[in-house]
Each structure stands twice: as structure tokens, then as C-alpha cells.
Design a protein. Structure first.
Length: 501
């Protein structure tokens, strides 16, 4: 029996190697699935990317697998880039297969850590009941959106109003035929053509700012994908319907945080020049707004603007004046004054221990000034806006959690991963490093995500059905993402209600 099991295990390892998969110590075979189409890189500017793995258990015992994937934060794959790790677990019954979704929040410029073999910090870790192993199998690292982002420019109306005509990088998804039509119609290129059957949650599709389809494409789309589109649009997506029969019952116009742009009559191929120009104008405006919502300072939402202003204010609240005064006093006392005193007392050698002692005292004084003005516990400032859209039948809430920690934050940061997408705005793409653990319905951020005296914003966009809310129900209370005591907490909540007419 043992001999047969050993042979079976060896065969599984061989098959896994040939198929570009990896095997855990307990014999679980892990294979990556790329739901975003062909590509060998992770590239997304918003939303939460989903890395999907098939976990096969050929043994007679149940196992629980933990998969940890290394990432780099910052541009390029520099050796000094901030190291991140995202991990998740799944249980697999005997002789069964399970799916493990590793969801990656947008946290600045993220790349897979594909450094030379031998760099253990950049290897995928597989752990089960039998032990832990690492693998540098590129198949496990190379799942991503792939391709380049489409580039659009501010619409003519914005240029006429005096706004800067600047390019914006977007990810637009479409079927191959619609992609060609849209490229010819509006000049958009580098459109993604993923496998739409692979998207099971709207968050999986949130890496795309826009989706385009004509009537024929719409009829051929999987029903499972159509079922998640409403939530995706409500969370800020742009749905481009290239003819009047595309996109089902979606009416043109605002759709919670998102927008639906539909060709007025006929289809893109049969439309006259005026109809095409109107469609391109409306599409460009909607796409420019979608791109702007990725940046707090440029976002049209008041809660984003307030969060951006709060970050700027918090960055200037560091007690620079007391700190500079203390350091100036140190320079005077530990310099000419100390030398003069020791020379007069003929104890110049005492400088070897008096100077370090004064440095320690004044360092403690600087720390005391920071503690006196900012305390030792973190501050939390929340800015949220909720849209109740009766016509869309959706409720969308954007919340910015602005965190300022006087000392490096030790508390976990827990945010909703079931109903929302999460992004991190630190003001520096290479700042912060740590671990993101997918714990059931939560993202758990551990490590140096909030450096001392540096404000960081964790932004969530959540969507729910309006039918689940009473007509006069206020916006849901804001969840506190920190588990520690707070030095200061403030919340600014606003809401917008649109009728179903």
C-alpha cells in the first residue's frame, strides 16, 4: 500500500512538473489559472485582481493548503523594492479539487517579484498539514491582466473648458470583434480580451475601468458574467453598448457610481457620423471620469477630495517647530558650549561620553515633543459617501480610512473583502511593506503599512442591492478597521438619493 502511494505521489509530481504546476509537501497539486487572458505580468491601476489556483488532492487524507505569493511594490523589480506577500488558505477533501482565489488589492505600482532563482524571499510558498516548501515556478507567478493599458485623452469639452488635455491609462475589456470595432470607432487600442466565463465576482472584474459589447457579443456572453455586471457598473465601471440592442436592460446614464453609454440608434457600423461623434464624446467623458476616480485629489467625489485634503493637512502636523528648536539647542549646547565648558575644566576627554549622553537626551526630547503633540495611539479619519440609486437598484458606498500613526502601526488593518474592493493610497508607490492575508471575508493588512507620522489612505468601494435596504435607511455605520485604541477618530458621512424614475 505504501509502495503504491509512493508511486502515485511520484506520478503526481511528474505530471505537475510537466503541466507547469507545483506540488505541496502533502501531495496537493497547485495549478494557476489566468482568468485575464494571455499575459506574463500583473498590471492594474485599480480594483482587486484575482489570481485563481486549482488545488487537487489525489491523496486519501484531507488537507488545508496555504499559498503565499511574493510581490514587489514600486516601479520595476529593483532589489530594494518594498516586499509584499499576499496569502490565502483553502481546505481540500480527499480525492477532490478546490479553487483558491488569491485577491490582490491595488496598493500602488505592484509587480510580481521575479528575481533570479535562489532568492528565497521571492518564491511562492506552499504549506499544508505535512510541511512547507517553496517554488520559483513561473507559472504560479505569471497570472495577470497582461498587455498594455489603453490610453485615452480628456474629451474635447474638457479642453474647451480649459482643462489640461492629458492621457489617462485605462484597462478596457471587450470581445475580440468588439475590440476591433471600438478601435476603429474611437481610436482606443490595447483593449483586453479576457475569458468572461472566469469572472465569478464583480470584484474579479474590477481591474477594468470599462467594458464594451455589441448586441451579438452580448448574446454570447455567459449568464454568470452578466449577473455580476450590475454590481461592477454600480462600483464605478463604464459599460459601453455599441448598439441599441446591446447591454440588455441597462439604461444609458448614471448607474450609482458608474455610467452606461449606449449608441443612440442602430449600431456602430451603421451609425452616421453625428451619432458616432456623440457616442465617442460621451464615452470619452465617462472614461475620463472613471480614470479620475482612481486618484483621490482628482476624483469628483467629495469624500475623496476631503480625504486628500486631510492627508495634506496631516503631513504638515508633524511638530517640526519644536523638533527644530530642540535640535538647534542641541547643536549649540553639544557644540561650542560643551567644548568651552570642558576646556575650562580641563576635562576635554569627557567629551567622549558627554556628547553621546546629550545626543540621547535630546533624541528623547524630540520623541517627547512628538508624543506630547500627537500621542502614541493612531488617528483615524473616515470620509464616506453613499449613493442610493433607485433606477439601478443598487447602493454604493465609497469610504476613505485615513490613518496616521505616531509610531509604526502594530495593529492589523481589517477591511471588507466580501462586498467591496480595497485600494491603498500611501503617496509613495514604494512605501510600506508587509503581508496581506485573505481571512474569509476580510483583507488583513499586517506589517509596516502605516509608517510613523505618514498618513495612509485605505479606500473601499462597496455595493449592495437596494432591495435589502429600507427606503428611509441611512447609510450603513462605518466599520472601524483598526483593533487598537485610537488617539482621535472622526467620521464625515454624506449620501445621495436618486429616484427610480
Amino acid at each position: 500500500m505504501i509502495k503504491h502511494a509512493s508511486i502515485l505521489f511520484s506520478i503526481c509530481c511528474l505530471v505537475a512538473a510537466l503541466a507547469g504546476a507545483a506540488t505541496s509537501p502533502g501531495g496537493l497539486v497547485v495549478t494557476a489559472q489566468n482568468i485575464y487572458g494571455d499575459g506574463d505580468c500583473m498590471s492594474f491601476g485599480g480594483g482587486n485582481a484575482t489570481l485563481r489556483y486549482t488545488v487537487e488532492n489525489p491523496t486519501d487524507s484531507p488537507h488545508t493548503l496555504e499559498l503565499a505569493l511574493p510581490l514587489c511594490r514600486g516601479y520595476g523589480l529593483r532589489k530594494d523594492a518594498a516586499r509584499l506577500c499576499v496569502s490565502a488558505t483553502c481546505a481540500v477533501a480527499p480525492r477532490a479539487t478546490a479553487t483558491l482565489d488569491l485577491r490582490v488589492p491595488c496598493a500602488g505600482a505592484i509587480a510580481f517579484a521575479r528575481h533570479p532563482v535562489g532568492d528565497a524571499g521571492c518564491a511562492v510558498t506552499l504549506a499544508d498539514d505535512c510541511g512547507t516548501c517553496t517554488t520559483d515556478d513561473m507559472e504560479l507567478l505569471a497570472a495577470g491582466t497582461g498587455g498594455e493599458a489603453a490610453r485615452i485623452f480628456s474629451p474635447p469639452s474638457a479642453v474647451a473648458a480649459g482643462d489640461e488635455r492629458r492621457p489617462a491609462s485605462l484597462h478596457i475589456a471587450a470581445t475580440p470583434r468588439t475590440a476591433e470595432t471600438l478601435k476603429e470607432l474611437a481610436g482606443f487600442d490595447a483593449l483586453a480580451t479576457p475569458s468572461f466565463a472566469g469572472f465569478t465576482r464583480w470584484q474579479d472584474f474590477s481591474v477594468y475601468e470599462a467594458f464594451a459589447a455589441d448586441a451579438e457579443d452580448w448574446r454570447e456572453l455567459p449568464e454568470s458574467f452578466k449577473a455580476i455586471l450590475a454590481d461592477w457598473v454600480a462600483a464605478g465601471g463604464v459599460l459601453l453598448a455599441l448598439d441599441e440592442d446591446a447591454a440588455g436592460d441597462f439604461a444609458p446614464g448614471e448607474f450609482a457610481l458608474g455610467c452606461v453609454v449606449r449608441m443612440a440608434r442602430g449600431d456602430a457600423a451603421a451609425a452616421d457620423e453625428k451619432e458616432r461623434d456623440a457616442f465617442v464624446q460621451a464615452a470619452s467623458q465617462a472614461l475620463a471620469n472613471a480614470a479620475a476616480m482612481r486618484e483621490l485629489a482628482a476624483s469628483p467625489l467629495d469624500c475623496d477630495i476631503k480625504a486628500s485634503d486631510a492627508v495634506l493637512a496631516l503631513r504638515t502636523e508633524t511638530p517640526f517647530v519644536p523638533a527644530v528648536a530642540i535640535l538647534a539647542a542641541f547643536c549649540i549646547l553639544a557644540g561650542p558650549v560643551l567644548v568651552a565648558i570642558l576646556a575650562r575644566c580641563n576635562k576635554r576627554l569627557s567629551l567622549l561620553w558627554v556628547f553621546p549622553a546629550l545626543a540621547i537626551v535630546f533624541s528623547l526630547a524630540v520623541a517627547g515633543a512628538i508624543v506630547f503633540t500627537k500621542g502614541i495611539e493612531p488617528e483615524l479619519h473616515q470620509f464616506a459617501h453613499t449613493v442610493f440609486d433607485g433606477r439601478a437598484g443598487k447602493v454604493a458606498t465609497v469610504c476613505n480610512h485615513v490613518i496616521l500613526a505616531p509610531t509604526p502601526l502594530k495593529s492589523d488593518i481589517r477591511l471588507n473583502a466580501r462586498d467591496a474592493v480595497v485600494s491603498v493610497h500611501a503617496g509613495d508607490d514604494a512605501a510600506g511593506e508587509g503581508e496581506i492575508v485573505i481571512d474569509g471575508d476580510y483583507f488583513v493588512f499586517r506589517g509596516d503599512w502605516a509608517p510613523a507620522m505618514w498618513p495612509v489612505v485605505f479606500r473601499t468601494v462597496a455595493v449592495r442591492d437596494i432591495a435589502a435596504s429600507a427606503a428611509d435607511e441611512p447609510a450603513a455605520p462605518l466599520a472601524i478597521p483598526l483593533t487598537c485604541r485610537l488617539q482621535e477618530h472622526s467620521a464625515a458621512v454624506s449620501e445621495e438619493r436618486r429616484t427610480g424614475e
